[in-house]
Design a protein around this ligand. Sequence first.
Ligand code: ZN
Length: 253
Amino acid sequence: MQLAHLAWPEVERYLASSDAVVIPIGSTEQHGPNGLCGTDFLTADGIARAAGDAAGVLVAPPLPYGMATHHMGFAGTVTLRPSTLMAMVHDVVGSLHRHGFRGFYFMNGHGGNIATLHAAFSEVHHALAGCRFRLTSWWQNAEVRKLEKELFGEKNGRHATPSEISVTMHLAPGAVEPLGAPAVIEHPRHDWPLSAEDFRKTFPDGRMESDPSLADAGAGKRLFDLCVKLVAEDLWSFTSGGRAADAQDRDAH
Ligand SMILES: [Zn+2]
């Protein structure tokens, strides 16, 4: 069920039985020599819509921009300043809160968003009563990492991974041009975060330690189906009053 496909009376009817909404968020940024600039919001939105349908939870339109300053050395990348991203989250959540939404489940596709989203949640918690937040980044899950390892081993790398590119090949057939030859994997020394200029110097084609030539749509479907199952289960726990204490974030002290 997508907010974009409902009329307002239908949204009111939904709110009579649920106050939860999924908000997919990604980034528009370079993803190596053949990955799509939309990879991070395409994956987040695809997983969110399928999982939302499975769990009966409304899914808002995806937020296609994120915090991607370090990718600005490559054409096509668009970044929000962290302060803009926080303001966008505050305004989107604030609008939905005014209509009665209280449970905000962020389905994230971009690692660079995580720190800023946590800061935004703290700010919104302070300003608006009764909010519940959960942030899920689809690849940060033991079962997903196990499948990634089985599919791509050490060649999954850290950016423009064959995993995320495979999921876009499944979601947007024909959009990704296959790479002709395996990519050479290097592990250059660097400190994080990198500036836009230093990122391009350190990782000249935009990949970080990955071989995107391994990506394929069949692997993408396996990863996508697993993520949808896991996120749907997580949505059940989110809408039925929270996650078990032993499953809480370990750093949430
Ligand atoms: Zn990505």
